[in-house]
Design a protein around this ligand. Sequence first.
Ligand code: AMP
Ligand code: ZN
Length: 469
Amino acid sequence: MVLKLHNTLTRKMEAFKPLKKGAVGIYSCGPTVYNYPHIGNYRAYVFVDLLKRYLLYKGYKAKHIMNITDVDDKTIRDSQKEGISLKAFTTRYEKAFFEDMEALNILPADAYPRATEHIKEMVELTKCLLKKGMAYKGEGGSVYYAISKFKDYGKLANIDVKKLKTGASGRVTADEYSKEAAQDFALWKAYGKEDGNVFWETEISRGRPGWHVECSAMSMKYLGKTFDIHCGGIDLVFPHHQNEIAQSEGCTGKQFAKYWLHNEWLLVNGQKMSKSLGNFYTLRDVLAKGHSPASVRYLLLSTHYRQQLNFTFEGIEAAKASVERLNELIRKLQGIKSGSGKTAVVEKEITAAAKKFESAMDDDLNISEALAVVFDFAKAMNSRIDDCMMSKESAAAVLKLLQKTDSVLGVMSFEQEKLPQETMKLVEERERLRREKKFAEADKIRSQLREKGIQLDDTPEGIRWKKIS
Ligand code: AMP
Ligand code: ZN
């Protein structure tokens, strides 16, 4: 089945055709490491993870690159405020970012290139644009991109650039007075004393790169002049991604990314979660309240990426309950040691569920429908188990399907939890007493275990325990 994706560039659903058979190159804009990312930022990263995992599920080889912006106005400003080096400052937040990414079970990218380690590539790209007449030097050694020289400028966001008001992109700062047009943007920023000791001596001038040029230079270095998919949050469509296109295509004359995918906002009370509005939660904030990373991940991925998602703590609780429902089924399946039931019938249900899951995901990652398929299937399997209609072989096959599904979702837990030895001994003791029909004593132990947060269920398969809160 063909995967269809909504391409921002054409504003259409398109069948995904990779440049190279069986392989896909993905670039996604990464964090600016000047603070702890909030969970809105992680919606963007969880979305790319879902996309990548589904491509892997479909058998593609994926090469995924995510940049780390470790030099810009904010990182320079805030490291100076603290009186520490830019490197020491950004390393702190980079570390936090990687910890969060791991907690959220986001598959690592193939490379996380840092801006400060690719100055050479950015200077080369800037020189190329100067040579082609797409860029010009301003006073003081800054270099600007002349957007009037790029025919399709505005196409990605469907913006008529001529209608944009002068200066609409924001304040023209003192160092930008030599721009020829208000919408032109800096490829290279000449040194100013506010930059302190952050600068590079280059052929262009002493200074540092602009933000947009970073992504063009690094994506092309790792993925080639043309690659398959470029992702980011919806706010990056214009001007950031438009500028990336202008820079890359302006220099190479080739198409930059073929498919552009953008995720919608995570909202709080109807407003975008953002640092500047102060309405944000970092992952640390949420985990400190006792929530698990799996609940946060589930919440972030369970709404279609092109729809806005309102963040609430009730939403996290609901996500937790959903994840627990799946994990409980997994525990039950793992506990099946015998049992009857027609294996062929279950096989059929497995095949049908897998097919429906795939056709939902093929439809521009229609996650709500895909999850509905998973939960309908889980319900049917639970009934089978309750009716003793699940054989050991079928249970193994169901587990295999859940595992495959979770290679995309990344929220389930397949590791069989172990109880501490002492508690396990109590479980066994109670089982022995029950066999000996010493029910009063057996019940006493059962209550004791309940106080410890362990619930025992007697099933045809034997005793089963689960943790309760
Ligand atoms: P930044 O570090 O601000 O460049 O943001 C990193 C990524 O997070 C970008 O792709 C943004 O578009 C995305 N992002 C920021 N805030 C939100 C939000 N509230 N909801 C979804 N994505 C967001
Ligand atoms: Zn970018």
